[in-house]
Design a protein around this ligand. Structure first.
Ligand code: ADP
Ligand code: ZN
Length: 749
């Protein structure tokens, strides 16, 4: 049976096994492990993690290893459906009940619960609190309650849902069942409110870093946004993305422009009917639409993991919103890009909006806008600024933002500043930025001429610099406090005391050289699709495209979103590694037992059709994956192995040589871009085939003696699984397999 209850209290080790077996991941992310430990010890637990941080695993894995059913409260039908689909695809029995589920289906689900078949039951808060439902749960064994999107309980939060406040009854009715509250909101007020309202009992609180290192952060000047967007999409063919706009009208116009270029785009905003919106969302989830152009109404409740880029057509109102929106990119952990188009005109427009919108909050909202503006105009690592906003410090510059990748150089800008400051004064501090630049550059337009500004001494003094350069330098002067904007006087620029000192040459000024956005950012390796216009595409990229197409076909057949089959990150690893044996395929991160059973063979066939990895073809059918439960694999590996064998410049040998040179497993994995488990497989295979391994690197004489004794107790040559259990999970499968081979060799077998 798939879900036999664990005989002993579940351990972290059994949780690790579940992670590998059902999710295909080798290890927990650092905080996940601590969280799971806390949950398994039966404590109430609060988890604050950014979107994409891996919250779901934190309660799903404990649910699988614990006896009984985990009841998950979730506010959105779309989210429940997504999570349940993903769980089932991994071979974990789960279901959801909400208003969209009919009575007879509900009954069937309830009886599955009563039979102990379901490990996770997702319910809406309304359903949970509906008459009789809690009593029904009382009769079951509920392993834990997981409250997803727990910030909905707090009226301080940005997404308050009154029905969530009723969840406080859980503590009365289930005094001994642990409650786990999860949210991507970090703010302290909300966090305390969650604990208080759910009446959590001395909860362990885990506040994970809000860093999302795989997001490449870019800010571009706001000129020619449409051109910039088209250019970006052209260089990232087939990659899913979202463009956020401020207005509905903008959404629709931009969508038309994208469609005119044959890009599969759709728009999404609050002015559409629920059906229209659902259709667009579905199209996006299923990769039928590549691009969604949306107002902020889009995104909540979207679990799509393969969003590869997020763009902001306009400056967002605050950093919270911006961070939440870019967080929808790269949830699978593979690289993703966030591009923000910025122009000062956006700031002015937003200022006006915020001032009218909510008079009581104007000051707060304007301050938040200023922080957003500082981020957009920053000349130092952008990630540092973001994390600092959330109260975190980053020790080093991130290396994955436009500033880090292309650091600005500084120069003595005193002369440039003096020209601008002099013009400000000579225009009697009445002109805004645009007019100032026009005057400096000697333009002859209506505003210049009617003000008589073509007569002043500095007219045309800056004609050697393009508009964008001036724009950047004037903003730097604003940020440095040489000038300020008098909003109440039509945004006129005024000079400050500091500005006068610079103007009079009493103080030098360093400026950062203006760098236009890189036009020709190199296409990402392995992601580029075949287009007629580009140079020959790498084999790896071709295979990646083929695997994506295969994933899409399967997803359509099964009527699920493609990322439920495999994530982009998993497909990318397949394209790089070309696994064609069962063992190698199971070594790919994200390929668990169930997915291997369902899709392993077809994906291996596709890889073989593209040449496969010759060295992997050598793996024997009955080889076991080193760190998996050997009894759980029933699908025969493909059998075309002999054909390609001659080609072999063996990847196994390479790993083995590196081991002989003294590199650790991790170092080999890192150097070769493989997973540790793949390297382990290489080493055990090499060892099985007669190569000499440095056993002492992995097992001490005491370890060997202990394993030998256990083998003897189990009757000589036990299954690895039995050995593993007998030794109470002390040694992983890699070590056990090595030891078994070692003893075999000793016996001369
Ligand atoms: P959240 O709910 O916090 O937004 P998810 O639970 O959806 O995040 O996880 C984000 C992505 O990270 C998913 O694709 C998930 O499968 C993956 N993931 C989670 N934990 C791990 C892990 N330990 N190793 C590798 N990938 C993981
Ligand atoms: Zn940086």
């Amino acid at each position: 049976m798939l879900f036999a209850a664990e005989p002993l209290a579940p351990t972290l080790d059994s949780a690790r096994r579940v992670l590998k077996k059902y999710y295909g991941y080798d290890s927990f992310r650092p905080m996940q492990e601590d969280i799971i430990q806390s949950i398994l010890s039966g404590r109430d637990t609060v988890v604050l993690m950014p979107t994409g941080g891996g919250k779901s695993v934190c309660f799903q894995v404990p649910a699988v290893v614990s006896e009984g059913v985990c009841v998950v409260v979730s506010p959105l039908i779309a989210l429940m459906k997504d999570q349940v689909e993903a769980l089932k695809a991994n071979g974990i029995s789960a279901a959801y009940i909400n208003s969209s589920i009919g009575q007879s289906e509900q009954n069937a689900i309830c009886s599955d619960c009563a039979n102990g078949y379901l490990k996770l039951l997702y319910v809406s808060p309304e359903k949970l609190l509906s008459p009789g439902f809690l009593q029904f749960l009382q009769r079951l064994r509920v392993s834990m309650f997981a409250i997803d999107e727990a910030h909905c309980i707090s009226s301080w939060g940005h997404d308050f849902r009154p029905e969530y406040t009723q969840l406080r009854v859980l503590r009365d009715q289930f005094p001994n069942t642990p409650i786990i509250a999860l949210t991507a909101t970090a703010d302290r007020l909300t966090q305390r409110d969650i604990q208080k309202q759910l009446r959590l009992h001395e909860p362990q609180v885990f506040l994970s870093s809000f860093d999302r290192p795989n997001l490449n952060l870019i800010v571009r000047p706001g000129q020619d946004r449409v051109g910039g967007i088209l250019d970006f999409i052209e260089r990232h063919p087939g990659e899913s993305g979202i463009v956020y706009c401020l207005s509905r009208k903008q959404c629709e116009t931009l969508t038309q422009k994208l469609q005119a270029k044959k890009i599969k785009a759709g728009f999404y905003h609050a002015g559409m009917t629920p059906n229209q919106r659902a259709a667009v969302q579905e199209g996006f989830l299923k990769d039928d639409l590549q691009v969604i152009v949306a107002t902020i109404a889009f995104g909540m409740g979207i679990d799509k993991s393969n969003v590869r880029w997020v763009m902001h057509y306009n400056l967002p109102k605050n950093i919270e919103g911006y961070y939440q929106e870019i967080g929808r990119g790269g949830r699978d952990g593979a690289p993703a890009t966030a591009v923000l188009f910025y122009s000062f005109a956006d700031v002015l427009q937003l200022r006006e909006m915020l001032t009218k919108e909510n008079p009581q909050l104007t000051q707060l909202n304007l301050t938040k806008l200023e922080r957003m503006q500082q981020f957009a105009e920053a000349a130092s690592c952008r990630r540092k600024i973001l994390l600092h906003y959330f109260g975190e410090t980053l020790a080093k510059d991130c290396g994955n933002c436009d500033i880090c990748r292309n650091p600005p150089t500084t120069f003595d800008g005193s002369l440039i500043a003096q020209k601008a400051l002099s013009a400000v004064v000579r225009m009697r501090e009445r002109a805004g930025i645009g007019l100032l630049i026009d005057v400096l550059r000697g333009m002859r337009n209506q505003a210049v001429l009617s003000g008589g500004y073509d007569q002043i001494k500095t007219y045309g003094a800056g004609s050697d610099l393009p508009y964008l350069d001036w724009y950047s330098y004037i903003h730097q002067m604003l940020n440095d406090g040489l000038i300020y904007i008098a909003y109440e006087e039509g945004y006129a620029l005024k000079i400050t005391e500091l500005g006068r000192e610079v103007l009079q040459g009493q103080r030098p000024l360093a400026l950062k050289k203006f760098q236009p956005a890189e036009k020709a950012e190199k296409p990402k390796r392995g992601r580029k699709a075949a287009t007629e216009t580009t140079a020959p595409v790498s084999r790896e990229a071709q295979l990646y495209e083929a695997l994506r197409a295969l994933r899409k076909r399967i997803a359509d057949e099964q009527n699920v979103p493609p990322y439920v089959i495999f994530t982009d990150a998993t497909l990318q690893e397949m394209a790089n590694e070309r696994p064609v044996s069962r063992m190698a395929m199971l070594g790919v991160s994200g390929v668990g037992m169930k997915k291997f059973e369902n899709y392993g063979e077809v994906f291996i066939k596709e890889i073989l059709a593209h040449g496969g990895n010759p060295a992997e073809l050598d793996d024997s059918d009955d080889d076991l994956p080193t760190n998996l439960d050997p009894d759980d694999f029933s699908v025969p590996a493909p059998t075309r192995k002999r054909e390609a064998k001659a080609e072999a410049g063996s990847t196994m040998d390479t790993s083995f040589q590196l081991h002989r040179m003294g590199l650790s497993l991790e170092a080999i994995a890192e150097r070769r871009g493989l997973t540790v488990s793949t390297v382990q497989t290489h080493l055990t295979n090499a060892y099985a085939k007669g190569s000499e391994l440095r056993i002492a690197d992995f097992l001490t004489p005491t370890d060997l003696a202990e394993i030998q004794t256990a083998q003897a107790q189990l009757g000589g040559s036990p299954m690895l699984r039995d050995l593993y259990d007998h030794l109470r999970e002390k040694y992983d499968y890699f070590k056990l397999r090595l030891a078994s081979l070692y003893f075999k060799k000793l016996r001369g077998e």
